[in-house]
Ligand binder design. Structure first.
Ligand code: AP5
Ligand code: MG
Length: 220
């Protein structure tokens, strides 16, 4: 069973790699950002509360994100393992996550830290295009859709996320540095942290991740 957490700055490729890993390991990918964007799209009460925080690049209140994660990981399809992308992002979320895993008798396998320079992620975020309907993620230079502006998977129109504008990107980096990056120490102390340099191509990074995950499961 693999419970893997992907931790890293905005645009480091967590979502891209989580999708590939989920396919390879045949376990669900849980992206809190995707879950929240879906709530915004539906116009639900949660979505209405979350929207202004997300657009500004700030963290959505813990009570919402913790509850959404708890509900999702309690589903039976998570018993075999999960890839969690974008949670926890604060000390309070990390403490709540420990508690929910214990309650559900799930064991955290690894926290994979995506290490990369800020310059590189700014370029990744600036060229990102996401599908309005299925959420698939592309890049105008590094991961081009077959037909410009349209999703390879479902054919719907691609769009640029509101929080990929310069001001929100800057806030997201600040929030990451202040609230999320300190979790590296927490998981290092628990001997759960593995660092992967994610500066290479999507395929190179994927190969590195597969090696790191395999390496750990051999030892366990
Ligand atoms: P979320 O959607 O999780 O945003 P994020 O953490 O800022 O991360 P991104 O999704 O922007 O980047 P990514 O690392 O997934 O990169 P991607 O694979 O897309 O969260 C959004 C918001 O929701 C938050 O700001 C907050 O408001 C709220 N939220 C979410 N979780 C929360 C929580 N726990 N608590 C509170 N609030 C929360 O890749 C980026 C681009 O680069 C793509 O175009 C991709 O094609 C390209 N790319 C990927 N890898 C490579 C590569 N190796 N080489 C070249 N290009 C690459
Ligand atoms: Mg993402």
């Amino acid at each position: 069973m693999s419970i893997l957490v992907l931790l890293g700055p905005p645009g480091s490729g967590k979502g891209t790699q989580a999708k590939l890993l989920a396919e390879k390991l045949t376990i669900p990918h849980i992206s809190l950002g995707d879950v929240l964007r879906e709530e915004v799209r539906k116009g639900s009460e949660i979505g209405l509360r979350a929207k202004e925080f997300m657009n500004a690049g700030r963290l959505v209140p813990d009570e919402l994100t913790i509850e959404l994660t708890r509900q999702r990981i309690s589903q039976p399809d998570c018993q075999k393992g999960i890839i969690v992308d974008g949670f926890p992002r604060s000390e309070a979320q990390a403490t709540a996550f420990d508690q929910m895993l214990e309650e559900l008798k799930l064991n955290l396998d690894k926290v994979i830290y995506f290490e990369v320079d800020e310059d590189q992620v700014v370029e990744r975020l600036g060229g990102r295009r996401s599908c309005k309907v299925c959420g698939a993620v592309f890049h105008v230079k590094f991961n081009r859709p077959k037909v410009a502006g349209l999703c390879d998977s479902c054919g719907a129109e691609l769009y640029q996320r509101v929080d990929d504008q310069e001001k929100a990107i800057r806030t997201r980096f600040e929030v990451y540095a202040k609230q999320t990056k300190p979790l590296i120490d927490r998981y290092q102390a628990k001997k759960k942290l593995v660092t992967v340099n994610v500066a290479g191509s999507i395929d190179d990074v994927f190969q590195k991740l597969v090696a790191v995950i395999k390496d750990g499961s051999d030892k366990n």
